[in-house]
Ligand binder design. Structure first.
Ligand code: ACO
Length: 401
C-alpha cells in the first residue's frame, strides 16, 4: 500500500481509480480481509471461530469496543440493547404515511433517518458517551423497526419487543407473533438467524460502510449516516443480491435449467448475471459462503424443510465452479448465495432479505462511524473526478439556440 495522501499538496496531481478498486479511503482496525486466501477477521478473530462460538450481540460489542466483553460487560451491554428496543409511540404514525405495498427497505431507510428527529439529545457527535448511546439505540431499535416494516406491509398491528427474550428470538416474535396466539419457536430458527447476523455484521469498506463513513465525515448525525448506508445496501450489486438470488433461483426453477442460466450469464450481450457470484475483494471462496452453505443443509434438516431451490443452487454452484468463464474470473459464490434459502426456511419473505442484512450490518456501520470520529485528523471525504465535459463556451440566449 503506497501512501499518496500528500501527492496533491506537493504536485497538484491526483489519481484516477473508478470504483475505488485500488484505493484505501481510510485506515481501520475493525475488520481484516485477505481476498486471495479467503480470510475474514473481526478485530483479529477469525470469522469461523466467531460463527462457531459467539453470538451476534457479543460480536456487535467486539466490533464497537475492539475487545471481547467480560461476562459483566456483556450483561450490561445486553441490558442496554434490550431496554432501548422499543420504538417511540409517535413513530407508528410515521409508518402510516407509507403506501401499503412500499418496499420494506424504503420504509426502513426513512424510519432510521427519522430517529434523528426523535433523539435530538444524541446529536452532539463530539461526545463519546452520546456516540455509544446512538450505537446502542441503533442496534436495539433496528429489529423492532424492521419487524414494523414487515407487519405494516401485511396490515398486522405492531408488536412491542418482549424483553425476556434474547435478540434474535425477540425479533422473530416481533415479526411473526399474532395477538393472543403464543408463537411456538424452533430454537434452531433463532440460532440460524444469529449466525447469519454474525456473518453479515461487518465487511470493511464495502459500498454501504464507505457511504456511512463518507456521510459521517461531513458531521452528519449517526441516524442519518446509517440511513444512507441502508440506501447503499439496497442495490442488487450489494445487499440486494440476497433477494435477487432467490428470485433468480425461482426463475431457473429446476436443476435442468441451470446450464442455460450459466450460458446466459456468460453472454456479454445479455445483462443477466449469476446473482450471489463474484466479489470485488474475494478472489477465492468467500469464507462466509462456506459457513452458510454448510448451515443451510443443517437448518433445512432441523426445521424439516425440503426446498427444491437448494438443489437448483447446488447444481448452479457446481456448474459455475467447473466453467472456464467463472474459473478464469475467480467468480465464487458470495455470502448471499445461500443466505436467502435459510431466510426462506425461517419464513422470512423475500422482500425482507436485505432488511435482515441491514439489521446485522448496523453493528459494523456504527462501529465505523465511531472509529471515524475517534481517529485524530479524520477529514471530510471528498473524491476528485476526471472532467470529460465541454470546454469553456459562451451562454446562448434561448431564442438563438
Ligand atoms: N455473473 C457473471 N459474470 C460476472 C459476475 C456474475 N455474477 N460477476 C462478475 N462477472 C464478470 C464481469 O462481467 C466481468 O467480466 P469481463 O472481465 O469479461 O468484463 C468480470 O466478471 C469482473 O466483474 P466486475 O463487474 O468488473 O467485478 P466487480 O468487482 O466490479 O463487481 C460484483 C463485483 C458487483 C459483486 C459482481 O461480481 C456482481 O455483480 N455479482 C453479482 C451480484 C452479487 O452477488 N452481489 C453481492 C456482492 S457481496 C455483497 O455485497 C454482500
Amino acid at each position: 500500500c503506497i501512501d499518496i495522501s500528500s501527492l496533491y499538496k506537493s504536485t497538484g496531481h491526483f489519481t484516477f481509480d473508478p470504483g475505488f478498486a485500488a484505493t484505501a479511503s481510510t485506515k481501520s482496525a475493525i475488520t481484516y480481509i485477505d481476498g486471495d486466501k479467503g480470510v475474514l477477521l473481526y478485530r483479529g478473530y477469525p470469522i469461523e471461530q466467531l460463527a462457531e462460538n459467539s453470538s451476534f450481540l457479543e460480536v456487535a460489542y467486539l466490533l464497537l469496543n475492539g475487545e471481547l466483553p467480560s461476562e459483566g460487560e456483556f450483561k450490561t451491554f445486553e441490558h442496554h440493547v434490550t431496554h432501548h428496543s422499543m420504538m417511540h409511540e409517535s413513530q407508528k404514525h410515521f409508518f402510516r404515511g407509507f403506501h401499503h405495498d412500499a418496499h420494506p427497505m424504503a420504509m426502513l431507510c426513512s424510519a432510521i433517518a427519522s430517529l434523528s428527529a426523535f433523539y435530538h439529545d444524541d446529536l452532539d457527535i463530539e461526545d463519546p458517551e452520546q456516540r455509544k448511546m446512538a450505537a446502542i439505540r441503533l442496534i436495539a431499535k433496528m429489529p423492532t423497526i424492521a419487524a414494523a416494516c414487515y407487519r405494516y406491509s401485511i396490515g398486522w398491528p405492531f408488536r412491542y419487543p418482549r424483553n425476556n427474550l434474547e435478540y434474535c428470538d425477540r425479533f422473530l416474535h416481533q415479526m411473526f407473533e399474532v395477538p393472543s396466539e403464543p408463537l411456538e419457536m424452533n430454537p434452531v430458527a433463532a440460532k440460524a438467524l444469529d449466525l447469519l447476523f454474525i456473518l453479515h455484521a461487518d465487511h470493511e469498506q464495502n459500498a454501504s460502510t464507505s457511504t456511512v463513513r463518507l456521510v459521517g465525515s461531513t458531521g452528519a448525525n449517526p441516524y442519518a449516516s446509517v440511513a444512507a448506508g441502508i440506501a447503499a445496501l439496497w442495490g442488487p450489486a450489494h445487499g440486494g443480491a440476497n433477494e435477487a438470488v432467490l428470485k433468480m433461483l425461482e426463475e431457473i426453477g429446476t436443476p435442468d435449467n441451470v446450464e442455460s442460466a450459466v450460458k446466459r450469464a456468460k453472454d456479454k450481450n445479455d445483462s443477466f448475471r449469476l446473482m450471489g457470484f463474484g466479489h470485488r475483494v474475494y478472489k477465492n471462496f468467500d469464507p462466509r459462503a462456506k459457513i452458510i452453505r454448510k448451515t443451510c443443509h443443517e437448518v433445512l434438516d432441523a426445521l424439516g424443510v425440503s426446498d427444491p431451490l437448494l438443489d437448483v443452487a447446488m447444481k448452479l454452484e457446481e456448474a459455475a465452479l467447473k466453467d472456464e468463464y467463472f474459473v478464469e474470473r475467480k467468480l465464487y459464490p458470495n455470502v448471499d448465495f445461500y443466505s436467502g434459502i435459510i431466510y426462506k426456511a425461517l419464513g422470512i419473505p423475500t422482500e425482507m432479505f436485505t432488511v435482515m442484512f441491514a439489521i446485522a450490518r448496523t453493528a459494523g456501520w456504527i462501529s465505523h462511524w465511531i472509529e471515524h470520529h475517534e481517529t485524530p485528523g479524520s477529514r471530510i471525504g471528498r473524491p476528485r473526478q476526471v472532467y470529460t465535459g465541454a470546454t469553456p463556451r459562451d451562454y446562448v440566449a434561448m431564442g438563438k439556440r
